[in-house]
Design a protein around this ligand. Structure first.
Ligand SMILES: [Zn+2]
Ligand SMILES: [Zn+2]
Length: 323
């Protein structure tokens, strides 16, 4: 009883759970104490999760989440589970605007990938859900965008690479993009702008988050100018870290507010090592093929899409002029 009095509530509960006789002897005092404290509840879940390899603790829902339900905790796929209540962690991801980084996963999946990595280094199955290796082609303003993204855990940090290519969907001979530029956010701090059109191809860094990026251009006869944008992001070792939060719009808005109110002591260091996420991913200025996205199957699909869009635009133009 004396030892129990020295333990935090969560440890006392775990101790009493270790033996039926002890549980009867110690009663429910520590359970009641624990139930009234969200911090102690989370601490208990963290202790239990140590022995549960497929479960992670969710601080928003204050529950354990099973890795096999990973899609339930992502805002893009949570609606498939409409018979259940919408998880609080998904709402929190929306409030934090995690879609600025990706729509494929949120904080819970991030935690699952890191836990699996520390258990067996191979977290391929979870990373597959968090990646879209097959390219998707979509319309964006006056442009067509083809893109794909991939996540890897490297030395305990989640690294994401996103590759996109833009071509015009209203002209097959565009040679410049000085207007109607496709709006592409490289990170929460940098937006692709026309002034970058003549920039040299090299990997650059944002100094407010761990994002590296590269912008390249290539002209395709019969299709016009294509813009290639690649981003590599070091998302950190977990969703509770500053490194992850630096990528979220909600975080830099709160820091901006704190700065205005004079409550911000100092900026958090962003880059403390030489090798950035591009290097960790195995890419460098010397050997990165910026157009590798346009594989033998992706390229014809993008150009087919453009042909259809051009035909539609031509038809619209003809209808307008004959009215
Ligand atoms: Zn949750
Ligand atoms: Zn940034």
């Amino acid at each position: 009883m004396y030892i129990m009095g020295l333990l935090p509530a969560e440890s006392a509960v775990v101790f009493s759970l270790s033996c039926m006789h002890l549980k009867c002897l110690l009663g429910t005092k520590h359970f009641i104490e624990l139930a009234s404290s969200p911090e102690h509840t989370l601490a208990l879940l963290e202790l239990l999760a140590l022995d549960l390899p497929n479960q992670v603790v969710c601080s928003a829902c204050k529950r354990l989440h099973d890795m096999k339900n990973i899609r339930r905790y992502n805002s893009a796929t949570a609606h498939q589970y409409s018979s259940f209540r919408f998880p609080k962690c998904v709402s929190r991801d929306r409030d934090n605007e995690t879609f600025a980084v990706t729509s494929l996963f949120g904080a819970t999946a991030f935690k699952m990938a890191i836990k699996r990595y520390h258990q067996q280094s191979d977290c391929t199955e979870i990373l597959k859900v968090m990646s879209s290796k097959a390219a998707k082609t979509t319309e964006r303003e006056e442009y067509l965008r083809q893109s794909r993204e991939e996540c890897r855990v490297i030395q305990g940090s989640l690294i994401q690479r996103k590759q996109s290519v833009y071509i015009s969907r209203i002209s097959s001979t565009a040679t410049s993009m000085n207007y109607d530029t496709p709006s592409a956010m490289i990170c929460g701090h940098i937006r692709f702008t026309p002034s970058q059109h003549n920039a040299s191809s090299a990997i650059k860094r944002c100094h407010k988050c761990r994002t590296e990026y590269r912008v390249d251009f290539k002209y395709y006869d019969g299709h016009g100018l294509a813009i290639f944008i690649t981003t590599w992001k070091d998302l950190g070792t977990g969703p509770d870290t500053e490194v992850w939060k630096q990528h979220l719009p909600s975080y830099f808005l709160s820091r901006l507010r704190a700065r205005i109110l004079g409550q911000l002591q100092a900026d958090v260091e962003v880059w403390s090592k030489d090798g950035g996420p591009a290097f960790a991913f195995g890419n460098s200025n010397h050997d990165y093929r910026f157009d590798e996205l346009l594989t033998v199957s992706n390229k014809p699909e993008l150009f087919r899409f453009q042909k259809r869009s051009l035909a539609k635009a031509k038809h619209r133009h003809y209808t307008m002029t004959t009215l």
